[in-house]
Design a protein around this ligand. Structure first.
Ligand code: NAD
Length: 352
């Protein structure tokens, strides 16, 4: 190794899986710890950069940076969201890659798959919210949407509420509902699965926990289906009628300020003047730190909306990186062997 050699580790999704990184209880704990670190001021969290290529479909690639100051790691998630992919090409909607760098010298330490971490984060944040906001003895969970985020939500919710024993799912097509059940039933063998045949009401009515995770922009979830005591996790864009918000006893977000600038149901209502800052009960970190109470009665209807905090993605990626590296997974790759003008043949390589 030369003095100026720079190496980093590369981890594919398969490397991460083989190293045991699909560890949902661990990721829920990582999310809680990162939320507390955020509250304690030890996280740098600049605005994300968004490039939308089609306003109609919202096809986009976003760049989301964050720095974990205590860990001395700066990371970036480069994430693509192409909502037409599943229907048009039978490809996944979301794909992501991470770069992690140390901040002593500023060199990269890892380049890694980010789809696993990103999707686990979405589910884990909903499940951390459920820890504080869902009824302790929740047994039924209903889904509108059967895609990747819905699948992760079910696994994470089962960690937060092991009492869950029935899952009802509705999607645009019966094929998707079947795939959801076929893929998840072996992972959660004590769960009874019910395909709703595209009927959202069948999936959602009277469920203890409700999740909408769709690529739709429509009021799919009706207020009358949400029973007293229910916990609702809203994952996608506009997915529920305004009355769902109106009848909720508590509204909790991952970050209210960010939520108000987006396009999902709460954001729409905020921009239309139908709700204001006083309607927010808490941001999620305030529940984790105990500054604000979570659920206070068996009868409360509670609405949770997360739009994504990049430092949580980076915290999860960092945990996966450490675990995969310790397991000897992945590959060590050379970024540079020496500095540019140290190469002995540099004079032959330059064109002026
Ligand atoms: N909140 C966050 O932090 C976060 C993070 C990642 C993705 N998302 C969003 O979550 C949503 C789901 O993402 P995904 O990766 O699971 O997508 P996906 O394409 O894998 O799944 C989308 C699901 O929505 C269903 N759907 C679409 N229109 C519907 C309708 N009218 N009625 C019923 N079901 C309908 C589809 O059948 C499919 O099952 C997207 O809107 C995505 O942008 C949110």
């Amino acid at each position: 190794m030369t003095k100026h050699e720079v190496d980093f580790n590369y981890f594919s999704q398969e490397d991460l899986l083989s190293a045991g990184c699909f560890d949902m209880p661990e990721i829920l704990d990582v999310v809680e710890k990162a939320l507390l670190a955020f509250e304690g001021g030890s996280i740098m969290f600049p605005d994300k950069i968004v490039q939308i290529f089609d306003q109609g479909t919202q096809e986009r690639i976003n760049c989301l940076p964050a720095t974990m100051l205590d860990d001395k790691i700066c990371g970036m998630k480069w994430v693509s969201v192409f909502p037409e992919n599943p229907r048009k090409y039978d490809l996944q909607n979301l794909s992501a890659i991470f770069v992690l760098s140390e901040i002593e010298h500023g060199f990269p330490v890892a380049v890694m798959d980010g789809t696993l971490a990103s999707n686990m984060r979405v589910g884990a944040v909903g499940a951390v919210a459920a820890r504080y906001l869902a009824r302790e003895a929740s047994e039924t969970i209903g889904f509108i949407g059967a895609g990747e985020q819905a699948k992760m939500h079910l696994l994470a919710m089962k960690v937060a509420r092991p009492s869950l024993k029935q899952c009802r799912v509705s999607a645009l097509t019966a094929v998707e509902e079947k795939e959801f059940i076929d893929q998840l039933a072996p992972i959660v063998p004590d769960m009874q699965f019910i395909a709703a045949n595209g009927n959202a009401r069948t999936a959602m009515e009277d469920a203890d926990i409700l999740v909408t995770a769709t690529s739709a922009q429509a009021p799919l979830l009706k207020a009358e289906w949400v029973k007293p005591g229910a916990f609702y996790s809203h994952v996608g864009g506009w997915e529920d009628e305004y009355a769902v918000v109106g009848q909720s006893d508590k509204i909790v977000c991952d970050d209210w300020e960010t939520v108000t600038h987006r396009t999902q149901t709460l954001s729409r209502m905020y921009k239309e003047g139908l709700i204001g800052n006083h309607d927010l009960h808490a941001n999620l970190h305030e529940l984790v730190s105990g500054d604000k109470p979570g659920r206070e009665s068996e009868q409360e209807r509670i609405y949770f909306n997360a739009v994504g905090l990049s430092f949580l993605d980076v915290a999860i990626a960092l945990t996966m990186y450490r675990r995969a590296k310790a397991a000897g997974a992945g590959q060590q790759l050379e970024l540079q062997h020496e500095m540019i003008f140290e190469h002995r043949d540099i004079a032959e390589r330059v064109r002026l």
